[in-house]
Write a protein that binds this ligand. Structure first.
Ligand SMILES: [Zn+2]
Length: 348
């Protein structure tokens, strides 16, 4: 387990190695497990592999492998850094005893990804998520019975055992107690812009992410501020899902670019067209180099932005320029010309 998908079927259903095909979706390969289209990834940071374009639940997909790898790492290290405590939950680095994975719970009829017992006898359940958060009946059971269930978001992680080990035992980010969700976060206010660790950015990013997963994200291009504004309809709001952006992912390769959200258009064969959405505290410096061919939306929260403000304004997933927010669009010119939205995409 833990190996990347390196072999796939070509058009003639012959198994080929990822190194022997063209890079990207133009490789024309399909997954030998689910038979869905794959994209060849021959980047530098990670070993060459195939990634699923659509079917992220396939057991050969990156997402599934990452999920599996996180469980393995946790079982191996037997330790976990819990988030800072409030409301009686344990916190800090805990050692987990009697740790096990995917064991059916007879009493609650759920199967946690991992569970273990802390030194002082508390049972802790752990759920990892990549594309799907814990929801439905499982979530209800956890909340109704006030189980100590920690949900850990792997979307920001690379497929790397060593990094995952660090993430799980040395950091406390991207994890929360399911039963404790809706709380304190609301009171977070922007105090400083000097650091990217401002919690409001992360919360705002999570909000956008949730909007996209549960519905869609409407993009208001505000193109009257753009160089070639005359080409654009300044009142248009574009529904990203209608435009074919159906996958939500985090940049792996470009973490240093400071990007959290990558919406990847995949419904056109062989086409690479990304929109990256970032929540930031300030504009990028003059001459900042953007990744080639990517459209970038930088959402800049201004002083005084609070989580509640943002939540209200972005309730429908609309990214919009308002008094407290600046939105900067980069490289949208080309996008608009190529993929001019149909009238269906125009919202009021
Ligand atoms: Zn597959």
């Amino acid at each position: 387990m833990g190996a990347l998908l390196t072999r796939a079927w070509d058009e003639n259903k012959v198994l080929v190695h990822v190194k022997d095909v063209p890079n990207g979706a133009s490789c024309g390969c399909r997954c030998p497990i689910c038979e869905q289209p794959l994209s060849a990834r021959q980047g530098r940071k990670r070993a060459p592999h195939f990634a699923h374009i659509h079917n992220h639940d396939c057991k050969g997909s990156d997402e599934t492998i990452l999920h599996q790898m996180a469980k393995e790492v946790l079982l191996e290290v037997g330790q976990l850094m819990l988030p800072p405590s409030s409301g009686g939950f344990p916190s800090g680095l805990v050692k987990l005893y009697d740790i096990k994975s995917e064991v059916w719970d007879e009493k609650y009829h759920i199967k946690p990804d991992v569970e273990g017992i802390t030194e002082d006898g508390q049972r802790i359940l752990i759920e990892f998520y990549v594309s799907h958060e814990v929801k439905g009946r499982k979530r209800r059971v956890i909340v109704d019975n006030q189980l100590n269930c920690l949900e850990i978001d792997l979307n920001y992680q690379n497929l790397d055992k060593e990094e995952l080990r660090e993430f799980l035992t040395k950091t406390s980010t991207d994890r929360k107690w399911i039963t404790q969700e809706e709380i304190v976060q609301k009171e977070v206010e922007v105090i400083s812009y000097s650091s990217n660790s401002n919690p409001i950015y992360r919360l705002a990013g999570e909000l956008l992410k949730r909007n996209f997963i549960e519905g869609t994200l409407y993009l208001h291009p505000y193109l009257q501020y753009h160089d070639n504004y005359t080409m654009f309809d300044a009142d248009a709001i574009y529904d990203l899902k209608e435009l074919g952006y159906d996958i939500f992912k985090v940049h792996y390769k470009y973490r240093r670019f400071g990007s959290d959200i990558l919406l990847c258009k995949t419904n056109i064969e062989g086409k690479k067209s990304f929109i990256s959405i970032n929540v930031r505290g300030r504009r990028r410096s003059e001459g900042f180099r953007y990744p080639n061919g990517w459209m970038v939306v930088d959402i800049i929260l201004k002083r005084g932005s609070t989580y509640d403000d943002i939540k209200d304004r972005w309730a429908n997933g609309v990214i919009i320029k308002t008094f407290e927010t600046d939105v900067v669009y980069t490289n949208f010119n080309e996008w608009y010309l190529k993929e001019k939205p149909t009238s269906k995409s125009f919202m009021k």
